[in-house]
Design a binder for this molecule. Structure first.
Ligand code: NAD
Length: 248
């Protein structure tokens, strides 16, 4: 008797209209998953999905604000249960000294970077079956850094959430991991002035911001069936900057 082909795994990527999220959506589609690309920017998402279609990737697109539990629930009602969830949507802001960060700015960053991850993961995990994968995009910044303590704190919270969720969900055969990128060449870097960006790039081991594809490759591995034994981990994809700087 011929073996029955398994249906493709269903993956949701948040913040997939551009940058790292778009690279992840493309890679997971290339790996044979049925990908649902989502973003709060409906227009940019439609353009991205149409570009992907022209490249031969049948990726579906749905507008989604990760801060809205109602939107997340409605999306999962139609498209769930999911096998893979990539919590990529995130925001940053221009460099600000700790003393200058307004409470409203702290809340703005946390609402997307922390609550957004929490809500999407929580709602998706309710329906997820054994073999499920949740990958959260943190940042090397979670280790610390000057000029963005609100962003640093939000990404440290993503790491904490990842580790705590991994413990609770492992009994159901679901893994939860984080990928922590160094500097990546996306529009998020538009928050920096050109001289500041050049100075930051010089401090990267490669001397420049990484291609979003390098992050997509790490996410693709953690999303795959073969990563079943990796759980609650943070994979730093930063050329090794986080292990230290070379001697002067
Ligand atoms: P980007 O700004 O190019 O893309 C972010 C996407 O998220 C955009 O399409 C935006 O519309 C979407 N988004 C913002 N708020 C949203 C919301 N409420 N709901 C749904 N979508 C929303 O940024 P990027 O560099 O591709 O960043 C992706 C992730 O990688 C973020 O979590 C970011 O913090 C993280 N990261 C980026 C870098 C870097 O250097 N670019 C480094 C470390 C971590």
């Amino acid at each position: 008797m011929a073996a029955q082909a398994r249906p493709p795994r269903k993956a949701l990527v948040t913040g997939a209209a551009r940058g790292i999220g778009l690279a992840i959506a493309r890679q997971l589609a290339q790996d044979g998953m049925q990908v649902l690309a989502t973003d709060v920017d409906a227009q940019a998402l439609a353009m991205a999905v149409s570009d992907l279609a022209q490249q031969g990737f049948a990726v579906a697109g749905e507008p989604l604000d990760v801060c809205s539990r109602a939107e997340v629930r409605a999306l999962l009602h139609t498209h769930g249960p999911l096998d893979v969830v990539v919590n990529n949507a995130g925001i940053a802001s221009r460099l600000l000294a700790f003393g200058d960060i307004a409470a409203s700015e702290l809340r703005r960053i946390f609402s997307v970077n922390v609550s957004g991850v929490f809500v999407v993961a929580q709602e998706a995990a309710r329906q997820m079956k054994e073999g499920g994968r949740i990958v959260n995009i943190a940042s090397r910044g979670y280790l610390g850094g000057a000029g963005a303590s609100h962003y640093v704190a939000s990404k440290a919270a993503v790491v904490g959430l990842t580790r705590a969720m991994a413990i609770e969900l492992r009994w159901r055969g679901i893994t939860v991991n984080a990928v922590a990128p160094g500097m990546v060449d996306t529009r998020m870097l538009d928050d920096f002035s050109a001289p500041m960006r050049r100075s930051l790039e010089r401090r990267e081991p490669s001397g420049s911001a990484a291609d979003p594809q390098t992050i997509a490759d790490a996410v693709a591995f953690l999303s795959s069936a073969r990563a079943a034994q990796i759980n609650g981990q943070v994979l730093l994809v930063d050329g090794g900057k986080s292990v230290g700087m070379p001697p002067l």
